[in-house]
Write a protein that binds this ligand. Sequence first.
Ligand SMILES: Cc1cc2nc3c(=O)[nH]c(=O)nc-3n(C[C@H](O)[C@H](O)[C@H](O)COP(=O)(O)OP(=O)(O)OC[C@H]3O[C@@H](n4cnc5c(N)ncnc54)[C@H](O)[C@@H]3O)c2cc1C
Length: 392
Amino acid sequence: MKPDLFQAPDYYNIDDLLTEEHKLIRDAAREWVKRDVSPIIENYAQKAEFPKQIISGLAEIGAFGPYIPEEFGGAGLDQISYGLIMQEIERGDSGVRSTASVQSSLVMYPIFTYGNEEQRKKYLPKLASGEWMGSFGLTEPNHGSNPGGMETNFKDKGDHYVLNGAKMWISNAPFCDVAVVWAKNEAGRIHGLIVERGMEGFSTPETHNKWSLRASATGELIFDNVKVPKENLLPNKSGLGAPLGCLDSARYGISWGAIGAAMDCYDTALRFAKEREQFGKPIAQFQLQQKKLAEMITEITKAQLLAWRLGTLKNEGKATSAQISMAKRNNVEMALKVAREARQILGGMGISGDYAIMRHMMNLESVVTYEGTHDIHLLITGLDITGLNGFK
Ligand SMILES: Cc1cc2nc3c(=O)[nH]c(=O)nc-3n(C[C@H](O)[C@H](O)[C@H](O)COP(=O)(O)OP(=O)(O)OC[C@H]3O[C@@H](n4cnc5c(N)ncnc54)[C@H](O)[C@@H]3O)c2cc1C
């Protein structure tokens, strides 16, 4: 892997929209990625392993629960700070950002928002410090885009519940200490349950043979008559809206994270194009390459503005789920296109692990599918603007 020479593009002076605190937080995350992620990540992606040694660093830069109040171990930051941290981590690798997103928005968020005081005190500080890692079980073998059809279920056995079913494609599953699991009760109502490693009948086999997010551990969550104590049910929200609320928070983070991956591809391609000579000139002088680079920075800039505005709406508590869908969909597609164009600018070198571009591109193929596929987010926008449900 080449040395990390990343210089962040900021064509529209977006930095002027940020506070000094935002910039300090962003720069600390950027430096950490340069120092602790960039030098090792290609090797971990190649061997399809999550680099567990970076967990404490992720906690230190505030990546676990950035917006969770400090009394529960979080960083107590606003939504723009959360977005900027996700952007910087994904600049390094989407798989590492996935680990942070799951921990923050899919595990800590539901425990903080839907949990009671005892649950918050028991789990959040350990999740914020990285002492415990979490996973989020919604997707099942037969229910991905339509999670409301889930088959995982629990039955009331008096002093405990008994949980049965299986979840698949679960980030962090192979090493998680706790899992927030969505399951139906006997009345068919969806609830969140906190399942802990070590509970009898609970296993987390790893999913192998991925060509994407190779530095993130993915697996199944299998529940075979797992006895779950009653105090592990999240009491304050039920129904499909509960997991969807978590997804809103994670999708918002992804809309920033994807910009990071795009920035890295653009920055690499720009530098390469100025240095690489063919036909006696730097390839950056050829109009065809300039078109690619000019379109990349245009799309990155538009995505930055979209994410920033969404962040301000989120800070004011006004961002709608449909607005979040639009930003996730647009920014991930933007990043994928930028990665594909950047890869071409590097010619043959574009496929080499000496540069991060191919890894970003392959990672983004998961990011465009998880947390609601590209199609599903379009249907959400379609429903929002027409009032007509195009899902079924
Ligand atoms: C690496 C990775 C990590 C993941 N991590 C997690 C995790 O931590 N937790 C978790 O719960 N899940 C996780 N997921 C699962 C992810 O959220 C699902 O893969 C995603 O929601 C899509 O579900 P599916 O794969 O079953 O595809 P399907 O829902 O079967 O969709 C297949 C295709 O059909 C399209 N489609 C579906 N319905 C419609 C419709 N109504 N109209 C038009 N087209 C439609 C989709 O857009 C897609 O193109 C992860 C996935 C990956 C790849």
